[in-house]
Design a protein around this ligand. Structure first.
Ligand SMILES: Cc1cc2nc3c(=O)[nH]c(=O)nc-3n(C[C@H](O)[C@H](O)[C@H](O)COP(=O)(O)OP(=O)(O)OC[C@H]3O[C@@H](n4cnc5c(N)ncnc54)[C@H](O)[C@@H]3O)c2cc1C
Length: 444
């Protein structure tokens, strides 16, 4: 039989793979973009407008909270710029301590002069004699930054960010907490230069949706086609509508754990963990203590969230058109992590939304909330147990069945949009020239 192939998922990775390979893409949702999907809501509305709406008197939010394009291969950035006009922004972010309303610019370890002098000196002394790295994220953090900064920020923040996993998982996104004693010393007494993976970033002028739509216009995408299972022996994909499709090769951008489950596969190693995230998008009148930061890291909050981002502090185009000039509105995304798949029920979500609004009002960040809309990202952050071979074993088992995983969730790696697009291009190129499986085809 002639070899054929299909791409699963029309997020940034699957779209890039679709463009590079010319193969069809199947997507569960009704529109492209995956976690990067933007949507609009008018003040007072409870439901988003249809995905193709360009209503200007609406807040523009993103499914997964603010998605800013950091770093990235220059050729990928060139590709993005050819599709959509973009602007570049210089990062403004801080750690916020709600107990006393103080801010320390990110990264906290390079801005110790914002802390009490005795705390700063103690933190410096501890950073100057790092402990052995250990095997877990908690070991890594306390080994590099010591107990003083650990108790103040790193431990409570990582507890929230990893939904309690950080004492058991391997260190992984250490680039987010850069270690540099020379800069820490400099920042204890004077200005320190901006560092880290995201000192500047770009964002499409018309929103991230526009990028997804323009990429999708270069692919054949079949929407509303949810994959529910694989028959590996017969090499068939099952869809939610009961139809089946034969395949020889699949490029899948779906989360590795879900594909393993749908394929009925297990491997010897214990599966690596992940966390889910509830993103709360809020449009509101601007409070008198609302900061100008693009986002804040929060070590303690009554409602349990760990990051507050401000879409409209990045760009006012996220606000309803008539509110852009006055600057009296703000649009915000709030992230709270949950253990894998532990999605709260509707009553608990409603309760959480009310608590967050109250807490942000108490902090003076917002006045009256005009729109409050939660979204759920089931596989948001993927982690590994120290030394775990699960990912390699799972990827190999799927490859033997003709299923090649790609992208952040597919390969269970930490990466941003630009790298997801790059990996989609690379994988797609490897499949160029295969005849595509008709993406709309029902059972065969
Ligand atoms: C909270 C959060 C914040 C982030 N912030 C940033 C940021 O600021 N900047 C940045 O560069 N990156 C950020 N990222 C990372 C970025 O989101 C990813 O790198 C990128 O979006 C991954 O794209 P993807 O196509 O691989 O995955 P996805 O966007 O998840 O796409 C997968 C697609 O598969 C579809 N699908 C799923 N299941 C099925 C099924 N059974 N059948 C058919 N289709 C299915 C989904 O609907 C989706 O469209 C963030 C991630 C998270 C979780």
């Amino acid at each position: 039989m002639e070899e054929n192939a299909l791409i699963l998922g029309a997020g940034m990775t699957g779209l890039a793979a679709g463009i590079a390979s010319g193969l069809p893409v199947v997507e569960a949702a009704d529109s492209p973009g995956g976690i990067c999907l933007s949507y609009r809501m008018r003040p007072g509305d409870e439901q988003p407008l249809p995905p193709d709406s360009d209503e200007d008197e609406a807040y523009r939010f993103e499914n997964g909270g603010g998605h800013w394009i950091f770093g990235g291969d220059p050729t990928v950035l060139h590709f993005i710029r050819r599709l959509v006009p973009v602007r570049r922004y210089a990062r403004r972010s801080s750690v916020y301590f709600p107990d006393n309303g103080s801010y320390v610019p990110y990264p906290i370890q390079n801005h110790l002069r914002y802390l009490d002098k005795s705390v700063a000196l103690q933190a410096l002394a501890e950073m100057a004699s790092p402990a052995a790295p250990g095997t877990t994220m908690a070991d890594w953090v306390s080994g590099n930054f010591g107990d003083t900064l650990g108790d103040l920020f790193f431990a409570p923040f990582h507890e929230l960010y990893t939904a309690g996993l950080y004492r058991d998982i391997a260190p992984q996104d250490s680039y987010k907490s850069p270690v540099n004693l020379k800069l820490a010393l400099q920042g204890a007494f004077a200005d320190a230069p901006a560092v880290g993976y995201n000192t500047t970033f770009i964002y499409p002028e018309g929103g991230l949706n526009l990028l997804a739509q323009r990429m999708a216009a270069q692919c054949q995408v079949a929407y509303g086609r949810r994959v529910t299972g694989f028959d590996l022996e017969a090499r068939k994909i099952r869809f939610a509508d009961g139809s089946e499709q034969a395949y020889q090769q699949i490029l899948s951008t779906l989360p590795l754990n879900q594909v393993m489950n749908m394929a009925g596969l297990t491997v010897a190693a214990k599966a690596d963990p992940h966390t889910s995230v509830l993103v709360l998008n809020i449009g509101a009148t601007r409070g008198d203590k609302c900061p100008d930061d693009h986002w804040l890291y929060i070590p303690r909050s009554d409602s349990g969230f760990h990051r507050v981002g401000f879409y409209s502090n990045v760009d006012r185009s996220f606000l309803p058109a008539s509110a852009r000039a006055a600057g009296d509105r703000v649009s915000i995304y709030i992230e709270r992590a949950y253990p894998a798949g532990a999605q709260p029920d509707a009553a608990n979500v409603a309760n959480y939304c009310a608590n967050v609004v109250r807490e942000l009002q108490q902090w003076g960040f917002i006045g009256e909330a005009e729109v409050v809309h939660p979204t759920w990202v089931d596989v948001a952050y993927t982690w590994s147990w120290p030394g775990s071979p699960w990912k390699q074993q799972a990827l190999r088992a799927l490859e033997e069945a003709g299923i090649y995983q790609v992208g952040r969730y597919g390969r269970w790696i930490f990466q941003g949009i630009a790298d997801s697009i790059r990996d989609g291009f690379i994988a797609g190129n490897g499949f160029r020239g295969y005849p595509g499986i008709p993406a709309h085809g029902a059972g065969e």
